[in-house]
Design a protein around this ligand. Structure first.
Ligand code: MD3
Ligand code: FE
Length: 208
C-alpha cells in the first residue's frame, strides 16, 4: 500500500471500494489531467444511436476509447487531433497497479485511462464494459470532485442494482464476476468542490 490507511468495502463478488484511497494524490492527479486535456481536449461523443453523451471525455495511454456512429472501440489516434493520445503518466499507471494489488489483483498494467468529466445534469446509463479483449483483467476507477450515486447490478440488464455513493478520492476495483456487471452513474447534482469546482472527474483504467 502506497498511502495512508483507508477503509476497504466489499461491494459485490469481485468488486471492492477503497474509500478515499486516492485522496492523498488528488491534486497531483488533477494536475496531470489538466495537462492531458491540454493535449487531447475533452469532447462530447455520440453514441452509435446518434445521441450525444452528457459526460465529456478524453483518454491517455497507448489507445483511447472512442464512440461514434460506427460503434464503440479503442483507437491509437485521437480523432480530434489526429495524433496519438497523450502517454499515460508513469505515476498514473503505477498508482493504478498499486490500487489493483490492494484489491487482490496482481500485475495490473493498464494501457489506457479514460477520463470522464461530469457537470451538472450529467449521468451515465446502465451498461457493460465489454470492448476489451482480456476480461480476466480488472478495471480500476478513481473518483475526484463532486460525489455521485454509482449503480451496480448483475450480468443481466434486468438484475437488481445496488447504489453506492462515490466521493472525492474513492477508488473502485472491478474484477472477477464484477467485470461484466451492468453499472451506471446517477445525475450529477449542482455543487462545488474545492479542487474541481462544478465537476466530477472519473479515471477508468483498463487493459484492452
Ligand atoms: C463496473 N464510468 O466509463 S467508473 C465507463 O464513474 C464508466 O465515470 C463510470 O462506467 C464513471 O465505462 C463508472 C466505474 C466502473 C468502470 C468500469 C466498470 C465500473 C465498472 C466495469 C465493469 C463493472
Ligand atoms: Fe462503464
Amino acid at each position: 500500500m502506497l498511502f495512508d490507511e483507508y477503509a476497504t468495502e466489499h461491494l459485490a463478488d469481485g468488486a471492492v471500494v477503497l474509500r478515499g484511497a486516492a485522496e492523498p494524490v488528488a491534486t497531483d492527479l488533477l494536475r496531470e489531467i489538466s495537462s492531458i486535456i491540454d493535449q487531447s481536449p475533452l469532447r462530447t461523443v455520440m453514441t452509435p444511436m446518434g445521441k450525444p453523451m452528457s459526460v465529456e471525455m478524453t483518454n491517455c495511454g497507448a489507445v483511447g476509447w472512442v464512440s461514434d456512429s460506427r460503434g464503440y472501440r479503442y483507437e491509437h489516434l485521437d480523432p480530434i487531433t489526429g495524433l496519438p493520445w497523450p502517454p499515460m503518466p508513469a505515476r498514473f499507471s503505477s498508482l493504478a497497479g498499486s490500487l489493483a494489488e490492494d484489491a487482490g489483483y496482481r500485475g495490473f498494467r493498464p494501457d489506457t485511462c479514460l477520463i470522464n468529466r461530469y457537470s451538472t445534469g450529467s449521468k451515465m446509463g446502465l451498461h457493460q464494459d465489454s470492448d476489451e479483449r482480456d476480461l480476466t483483467q480488472p478495471i480500476v476507477s478513481i473518483s475526484l470532485g463532486l460525489p455521485i450515486n454509482f449503480k451496480f447490478g448483475g450480468t443481466k440488464r434486468t438484475d437488481p442494482t445496488i447504489s453506492v455513493k462515490l466521493r472525492h478520492g474513492d477508488v473502485v476495483v472491478f474484477g472477477g464476476a464484477a467485470r461484466l456487471a451492468f453499472h451506471g452513474v446517477g445525475l450529477l447534482h449542482r455543487g462545488t468542490h474545492p479542487l474541481t469546482k462544478e465537476f466530477r472527474f472519473n479515471l477508468t483504467y483498463r487493459v484492452t
